[in-house]
Design a protein around this ligand. Structure first.
Ligand code: 3HC
Length: 303
């Protein structure tokens, strides 16, 4: 059955090579998913060779883990490994049909990346963004072909989360959208069509939860106590465990976008900013015996 709002799949274009801009954690997860599920060459790029090498090494390490868990056959592992390559030059995208960016969550950076990619790809090549909260329309606005841009928003951890938000900007072409839905099916994700609104749907809802719990901390309630109080509520992860998974800076960006759009409904936390500036990755730290505690240093920063 065609997902609500998806154009006829007959409009979809074939995708036989994928590009991923960025070689960070999200980009690595995407490269692995595309190569594993679509079985097409995937090339990832970043600004220096070290980052590229780390991105490819991450993919190789994840393939080893899947092999170890017998989730991947030896043949599939070999094939997936050989399909993923890296480069510092975006020229490798010249014959790509679909390029997705997963770079720093900043509009000017995303716009520059898209302009650079557009300069090397064919006019039909689709440009997708994995942005969590920024306007897809604005990202497309200065391009020669804004109709080729679509939002393709995955959730962490990419391999485990079934949802994919497909974001239609007012300029997005039907053929581009149809291709996005066909790709999503190949990736075994449940794609839903969402409008180009700040933080789309899921992060907008999560933003209310993150905003409230960080407001509680900012007002002086013990962070660990408040977070742990939510453990029996049936959530797969408590808010601060989830924030550590998505990354405190990404969470903060989402919150800032929502605050800019909707004001005080979305609290932007001073404590969270302090933790980010201090390089703290998450509230909870696992001890050797498996229990989790919040280090004194973290608590002191939030006083
Ligand atoms: N990478 C790959 N796979 C992972 C993984 C990871 N980091 N973590 C867990 N998995 C897989 C496991 O391999 C396992 O797969 P299998 O059943 O096929 O073997 C499956 O997920 C379940 O894992 P576990 O049994 O080990 O652990 P849990 O049952 O505790 O589930 C979880 C782990 C799926 C991460 C679960 O805790 C969960 O759903 N958490 C909520 C995650 C969430 O809400 N993510 C969205 C965040 S918002 C976001 O990303 C948007 C962004 O824009 C900010």
């Amino acid at each position: 059955k065609r997902p609500a709002g998806a154009p006829d799949r007959k409009l979809a274009r074939p995708v036989s090579k994928v590009g991923v801009v960025g070689a960070g954690l999200m980009a690595g997860q995407l490269a692995l998913l595309f190569a594993r599920r679509l079985k097409v060459p995937v090339v990832l790029t970043d600004i220096d060779q070290d980052r590229v090498d780390k991105g490819v090494a991450y993919v190789h390490a994840e393939i080893e883990k899947l092999l170890g868990k017998k989730r991947l056959s030896q043949d599939a592992a070999n094939r997936t490994r050989s399909l993923v390559t890296g480069s510092v030059s975006k020229d490798v995208f010249s014959d790509a049909d679909f390029v997705i960016e997963a770079v720093f969550e900043e509009m000017s950076v995303k716009k520059q990346v898209f302009a650079e990619v557009e300069a090397v790809v064919s006019p039909e090549c689709i440009l997708a963004t994995n942005t969590s909260s920024l306007s897809v329309a604005e990202m497309a606005a200065d391009l020669v072909h804004p109709e080729r841009v679509v939002g393709f928003h995955f959730f962490n951890p990419v391999a485990a989360m079934p949802l994919l938000e497909v974001v239609r900007a007012p300029t997005t072409d039907d053929a581009v959208l149809a291709t996005a839905f066909v790709l999503a099916k190949g990736l075994k994700k449940n794609a839903v069509l969402v409008q180009d609104a700040p933080a789309f749907v899921v992060n907008r809802i999560l933003g209310r939860m993150f905003g409230e719990i960080t407001a509680v901390f900012d007002e002086g309630t013990d962070a660990a106590t408040a977070d742990d109080a939510l453990r029996p509520m049936g959530l797969p992860m408590t808010p601060f465990r989830l924030l550590a998974l998505v990354g405190l800076p990404v969470g903060q960006h989402v919150q800032e976008s929502l605050h800019a759009a909707f004001g005080e409904r979305f609290h932007v936390s001073a404590n969270q900013r302090t933790l980010i500036d201090a390089g703290i990755k998450g509230l909870w730290v696992k001890q050797e015996d498996g229990t989790e505690t919040v280090p004194e240093q973290t608590l002191a920063l939030m006083e």
